[in-house]
Design a protein around this ligand. Structure first.
Ligand code: A2P
Ligand code: MG
Ligand code: MG
Ligand code: MG
Length: 406
C-alpha cells in the first residue's frame, strides 16, 4: 500500500502560512500607526463632511498656526542672543536676522501648501544678497529650525535646500496686494523695536481673500499663557518671571478666535477666547504702542480721559495689543496717527483685525470705517486704528472724533 503523500509538502505550506500571517500583522500595525499619527488631520477631514458649511479655511488656519509656531522657534533663538544681526532699512526702521529667517520659513510653508497664492510680506532679500556674511548667518539659523513633531514639520516643507533658495523664498513676498484673489499678509517679526528692547513682539500671518481677511494667526512668545497674568504697564514685560510665556492666537471668519500655548512640536490644545464685556466704559483698560513715534500717546490719553478712564494704559509693542484685548486682558486698542499721511501696512493689522472681530470686537479707523485690506500693500483708505468690544465701539469713536476734531 502507498502511504499518504504529505511529508515533503508540509514544511513549505507552513512557511507560506507563517509568512502571510506575518505580512497581514505588519500591514495592520502599519495601518493603525498611520491612522493614529494622522488622527488630527482625519478628525479635520471628517468634520468637513459633517459640517461642510463651517469647514472653510480650516487647512489654511492649521498651516498658518503651524508655520507661525515654527517661525517662533527661530525668533526665540535670536531673542536670547546678544547679537541679533540688526541692520537699518531705508526708512531707518530696524530689521534683524530673526525677521529674515522667520519670513523664509513661513513663505516656504505657504508655497508648499498653497503654491498659487500671493504673498505680501514686510521684508525682502536685496540687502542680504549684498551682505554675504549676514546672508550666511541667517542660513546657519534657518537650516536647523524644525518642529519636534516630524509630521507637522513635513507638512511645512521640511528643510530648505540652500542659502540661495532661502534668499529666493524671502523675495516671494513682493505681491502688490489688491482686491482680487488669495493674498497672505506676513509680518515675520512685528514690533522689531520691542523685540530688540526685550519687550513684546509677534509673528503675524493673515489670509485675505478678495479684499477680506478670512484667517489670522499670531504667535506672541513673550505674552503670558495665563490670560489674566499681570503685564507691566510701561514695558509690556510679564511681571512674574516664573509664569509660562508664549501664546498662539488664531481666528477664521465666522468661526471664532482661539488661543493655545506655543509648543515646539505639534499644536497644543486650543480654547476659545473672547473680549470681556464693558458695562461701564470708565472701567475699561486701553492698550497702546510703546513707541511714541507710532501712535499719538497724548491723543490716546485725551480719548481715555474723555471716556472717564483713569487706569493707566497698558503699553505693548506689536499686534500683541490686538491679542491682549481679544482675550480680555485689556479692552480698547487705540492707534491714533502721529502723522496724518502715514499709511499703515496690511501685514501690521490683517491677523489682529480678524482675531479681534472674531472675539467679539470691532476694528475701525479713526472715522469708524472698517479697515480696507483691498487697497494694496497699505491701508491706503484708512487712518489710525480703533479696536474695542462691539457694544462700545461707537462711544469710543465719538470720543476720538471730539479729541481729533474730525
Ligand atoms: N509712523 C508710524 N506710524 C505708525 N506705525 C508705524 C510708524 N512707523 C513704523 N510703524 C510700524 O508700527 C509697527 C509697530 O507698531 P507698535 O509700535 O504698535 O509696536 C511696526 O510694524 C512699524 O513698521 P516697521 O516695521 O516698518 O517699523
Ligand atoms: Mg510690523
Ligand atoms: Mg516686522
Ligand atoms: Mg519692521
Amino acid at each position: 500500500m502507498t502511504p499518504p503523500r504529505r511529508s515533503t509538502q508540509t514544511p513549505r505550506f507552513n512557511l507560506a502560512r507563517v509568512l502571510s500571517r506575518f505580512l497581514l500583522f505588519s500591514t495592520l500595525v502599519l495601518l493603525v500607526s498611520v491612522a493614529l499619527k494622522t488622527r488630527s488631520r482625519l478628525a479635520l477631514l471628517f468634520s468637513s463632511f459633517s459640517h461642510p458649511a463651517t469647514m472653510s479655511y480650516q487647512q489654511e488656519r492649521y498651516i498658518a498656526e503651524l508655520a507661525v509656531q515654527r517661525a517662533t522657534l527661530l525668533t526665540q533663538k535670536v531673542f536670547f542672543e546678544k547679537a541679533k544681526g540688526t541692520v537699518s532699512k531705508d526708512d531707518k526702521s530696524p530689521v534683524t536676522i530673526g525677521d529674515f529667517g522667520a519670513q523664509a520659513l513661513i513663505i516656504q510653508a505657504i508655497r508648499k501648501n498653497f503654491p498659487n497664492d500671493e504673498i505680501v510680506a514686510e521684508e525682502e532679500a536685496s540687502s542680504l544678497r549684498e551682505d554675504k556674511a549676514l546672508g550666511a548667518e541667517i542660513w546657519r539659523l534657518v537650516k536647523d529650525i524644525k518642529l519636534e513633531d516630524a509630521e507637522s514639520d513635513n507638512l511645512l516643507g521640511g528643510p530648505l535646500s540652500s542659502e540661495q533658495s532661502m534668499l529666493d523664498i524671502i523675495d516671494e513676498g513682493k505681491s502688490a496686494g489688491g482686491a482680487k484673489g488669495r493674498i497672505w499678509a506676513l509680518d515675520p517679526i512685528d514690533g522689531t523695536k520691542g523685540f530688540l528692547r526685550g519687550g513684546q513682539y509677534a509673528v503675524c500671518l493673515g489670509l485675505i481673500v478678495d479684499g477680506d481677511v478670512k484667517v489670522g494667526a499670531i504667535g506672541t512668545p513673550n505674552l503670558p499663557v495665563d490670560d489674566s497674568a499681570a503685564i507691566d504697564a510701561s514695558t509690556g514685560a510679564q511681571q512674574t518671571a516664573d509664569a509660562a510665556n508664549g501664546v498662539l492666537f488664531s481666528a477664521v471668519q465666522d468661526e471664532g478666535a482661539t488661543s493655545r500655548p506655543l509648543s515646539n512640536g505639534a499644536l497644543a490644545a486650543s480654547k476659545p477666547i473672547s473680549m470681556r464685556p464693558v458695562p461701564n466704559i470708565a472701567q475699561a483698560v486701553f492698550c497702546e504702542g510703546v513707541e511714541a513715534a507710532h501712535s499719538a500717546q497724548g491723543d490716546n490719553a485725551a480719548v481715555a480721559e474723555r471716556l472717564g478712564i483713569t487706569a493707566p494704559s497698558v503699553r505693548l509693542d506689536s499686534q500683541a495689543k490686538y491679542c491682549s484685548i481679544a482675550r480680555g486682558a485689556g479692552d480698547i486698542y487705540l492707534r491714533l496717527p502721529v502723522k496724518k499721511d502715514y499709511q499703515e501696512k496690511i501685514w501690521d493689522h490683517a491677523a489682529g483685525d480678524i482675531i479681534v472681530r472674531e472675539a467679539g470686537g470691532q476694528v475701525t479707523d479713526i472715522y469708524g470705517s472698517r479697515l480696507d485690506f483691498s487697497k494694496g500693500r497699505t491701508l491706503a483708505a484708512n487712518t489710525g486704528v480703533v479696536a474695542a468690544p462691539k457694544a462700545v465701539q461707537d462711544q469710543v469713536i465719538d470720543a476720538v472724533k471730539v479729541v481729533l476734531k474730525l
